[in-house]
Write a protein of this length. Structure first.
Ligand code: MG
Ligand code: MG
Length: 270
């Protein structure tokens, strides 16, 4: 198994600064979400904001065997689970829009995602969003010293499966630090008491990816975009957190996003 890097308090403060810029970049993007806006525009807003604060968009140019990711945001609409590209597509009333973003600042990454309803969406879709977000916080509650990685996944899976939702298996959360993706992997499913032990100073991206229908996903020909095989909607919420004794500390924030949502009539709070 690859090395898990524990972060010092100084390093955690640097990640927290990165995470603050990330939280505010998300909020800048949220201000633009409405029918008619292209997802390319959202990407541009995010990149400009991040660079204005001396950050680097973590995803832009991120390289895998599929090549380089072209954008600052992953924009995943409706049946797309994660890793969708921004494009000339114009948002429509009823869309479900997942926005995932990462910021590198001070040499450290932070990573978080939020899923928005565009205008009014179906009640069953709204419920999926609410329960996926709730599952994120239940996972975070387990990110404490004395627990194991499997406790996080168990908490998420146990909660969402009671609504007959699917837990995507192919994609998982991860450690975060000098690299965007570090060890350990943090699945959104698992067994209590299994997996690597959680230690003070581990920084983890916890990110439930939950589907309204079956859990199976397929990858599009672009090598990146992951969508549900049954074409039902998916939701994705993510925080970067640090494992602590007693209570995990959430480094990223939805506070700024939710301030924007409260001031718009176009979005309903998840
Ligand atoms: Mg992410
Ligand atoms: Mg992530």
């Amino acid at each position: 198994m690859k090395m898990i890097f524990l972060k010092s308090e100084e390093e955690i403060l640097l990640i927290k600064e990165s995470a603050q810029v990330l939280g505010k970049a998300h909020a800048e993007v949220a201000k633009w979400i409405k029918p008619g806006i292209t997802t390319n525009k959202l990407d541009k807003v995010a990149e400009e904001y991040i660079r204005d604060y001396q950050g680097i968009p973590s995803f832009k140019g991120y390289t895998t065997s599929s090549g380089k990711f072209p954008s600052s945001l992953c924009i995943s609409l409706n049946d797309t689970v994660v890793h969708g590209f921004p494009s000339g597509y114009q948002l429509q009333e009823g869309d479900v829009l997942s926005i995932d973003c990462g910021v590198k600042l001070n040499g450290f990454h932070s990573d978080s995602a939020y899923t928005y309803p565009v205008g009014e969406v179906r009640a069953e879709t709204m419920a999926l969003l609410k329960h996926t977000k709730q599952s994120l916080y239940l996972g975070i509650e387990q990110a404490i010293v004395g627990k194991r990685v499997g406790d996080i996944g168990y908490a998420i899976q146990n909660y969402v499966e009671r609504f007959k939702y699917g837990v995507v298996r192919e994609l998982v959360g991860h450690g975060v630090g000098r690299e965007l993706h570090e060890s350990p992997e943090v699945p959104n499913y698992g067994k209590r008491g299994q997996g690597p032990a959680l230690k003070e100073g581990m920084v983890l991206a916890i990110e439930p990816m939950i589907t309204l229908g079956k859990k199976d996903v397929v990858q599009e020909k672009d090598g990146w975009t992951i969508r549900t095989s049954d074409r039902k909607p998916a939701a994705h919420f993510e925080h970067t957190v640090v494992v602590r004794k007693g209570k995990a500390e959430i480094l990223t924030t939805f506070k700024y996003i939710e301030e924007v949502i409260q001031h718009t009539t176009l979005m309903v709070s998840v």
